[in-house]
Structures are given as C-alpha cells and as structure tokens.
Design a protein around this ligand. Structure first.
Ligand code: NDP
Length: 249
C-alpha cells in the first residue's frame, strides 16, 4: 500500500533541489502533486521527468496574485489539499557589518512573508487532517557566522510551525518543520559549495558537519514523507532535524 494514495500535495519551490526530490517521492507514494516556482524552464523539466501526476504552476511566493492563482488552480484541479510543503526559499550569507537592507528584505520577503501568505492562501483549501511542513534550517539552531538574517528568517518559520499548529489543531491539521543541514542542491552550489568542490567559505561550513559530508535531497525527502503521512500522526508543532549532526553535536 502506497503511503500517500489518493492524497493531493502542494509544494512551493517544487521545481528544484529538495522540493523536486520530495515531489518525486510523493508521486512514488501515490500522491498527485502541484509544484509552484518562478522558473518556467525548471517547471517544464520537472513535468517532463515526473509525468502525469505532476501539475506545475508558475509564480512567486512574494506576490499575492500569484498565490491566489495557485489556490484557484488547485481548487479547480483537485478541490482540497492534504499536504502543503512550504519549501520555497532563498539563502544568502553575509555578516552584519556588510549586510544591507536589500539582503534583509530579500530573505524576509521570500522566506517569511512568502511562507506565511502561502499558508494563508491555501488554508481554505486544506482538508481536515492535512499536514503542513515548513522548511527551516540547521542555521536557526546554531550560531553560523554570516547567517544571521537567514537564520532569523528560518527561526520565524520554526515559530510558525508551533503557533499555526495551535491555531489549526481543532481541524486536526498538523504543522511541523524539517530542518536540513547543508544539502547538495543548486542553493548551495550558488554559494560555492557542492559535495565535490568547495570554496573556502564552503569548506568552513562543511568542517562543522560531524558526519563529514553534504546531505542528499533524498535524505530530506524521506523525513518530509514521514511528516506528510499518517506515520507522524502524533507529531504537531515539532521540528525534525536532519543536518548530519551540525547543530546537535
Ligand atoms: P533550490 O535553490 O534548489 O530550491 C529553491 C526553490 O525555491 C526553487 O524551486 C525556487 O524556484 C524556489 N523559490 C525561491 N524563491 C521563490 C519565490 N520568490 N517564489 C517561488 N519560488 C521560489 O534550493 P534547496 O532545494 O536547497 O532549498 C529548498 C529549501 O530548503 C529552501 O527553503 C532553503 O532555505 C532550505 N534549506 C536548504 C538547505 C540546503 O543546504 N540546500 C539547508 C537548509 C535549508 P524558482 O527558482 O523557480 O523560483
């Protein structure tokens, strides 16, 4: 029996990295999946690779009209939503001494405002008993030089998981978070770090990972699947940390 048979999932940032890998995992478990992101080419590639159970919607989580269109498309295509993976995000590391307003606004607009209004737009479409999962980060559980704004934006999501869980629990909607360490995705390669090659800044981050390597998107997707499915039916307001021990040891 596939764990998500008959379920409908929405994944923001579903056309790349962790979101894309999770979309594949959900489809393999029987779900129909709506993915949302800005880049049309990446959306088309995802559609080509993942096939008939994937539906793509182009849009920006910082734009209310795009989120309204996402909610309308999901309503027309599936009616209700069982799983909402709030995963779209941007990362940028910069010490406070050089950070400017643009850096702060970019991270908070996408990571915090985007996540909050994604949930607000989709909330009327959620089935009772739905699962919402927010992507936080190891950064919000430790002191990582240069990550203050990014870490604060992700700490806000950790807080949303708790408070929104309290607000939605009478509908048996569970809200939890997944906290990845450095995962080998385009997000980190844009910051000069892949499993095979790292800049000095990348090497410094990797040196803080006790298991000694970057994680794979599939190592996050497995935990997201757990949070999305009834296997985690007794979890609400929690965070699963999958970071190679980075924030824990
Ligand atoms: P990717 O860069 O591969 O994916 C980021 C996704 O977010 C893309 O699909 C991108 O789509 C989407 N996105 C970004 N901004 C917007 C926007 N304004 N509107 C809509 N979609 C947007 O990185 P990851 O898969 O690594 O990142 C996924 C999440 O995981 C992020 O929230 C990130 O902060 C978090 N994370 C990642 C870690 C890592 O090591 N990789 C560690 C800890 C947390 P598009 O470009 O088409 O808009």
């Amino acid at each position: 029996m596939r764990r998500l048979s008959g379920k409908t999932a929405v994944i923001t940032g579903g056309n790349s990295g962790i979101g894309l890998c999770t979309a594949k995992t959900f489809i393999d478990e029987g779900a129909r999946v709506f993915i949302f992101g800005r880049n049309a080419e990446k959306l088309a590639r995802a559609k080509e690779t993942l096939g008939k159970d994937i539906f793509t919607i182009q849009g920006d989580v910082t734009r209310a009209d795009d989120l309204a269109r996402l909610a309308d498309t999901v309503k027309a295509g599936s009616g209700k939503v069982d799983i909402l993976f709030v995963n779209a995000g941007v990362a940028e590391f910069m010490p406070l001494t050089v950070a400017d307003e643009t850096h702060f606004d970019r991270l908070f607009d996408t990571n915090v405002r985007g996540a909050y209004f994604t949930i607000k737009a989709l909330e009327p479409r959620l089935n009772d008993g739905a699962s919402i999962i927010l992507t936080t980060s190891a950064a919000n559980n430790m002191g990582l030089t240069g990550s203050s704004v990014y870490a604060a934006s992700k700490a806000a999501l950790r807080s949303f998981a708790k408070t929104l869980s309290a607000e939605f629990i009478d509908r048996k909607i569970r809200v939890n978070a997944i906290s990845p360490g450095p995962i080998d995705t385009p997000l980190y390669s844009r910051m000069g770090m892949t499993e095979d090659e790292q800049t000095d800044a990348g090497k410094a981050i990797l040196a803080r990972v006790p298991v000694g390597r970057m994680g794979l998107p599939s190592e996050i997707a497995k935990s997201v699947l757990f949070l999305a499915s009834d296997d985690s039916s007794y979890m609400a307001g929690s965070e699963i940390i999958v970071d190679g021990g980075m924030s824990q040891i």
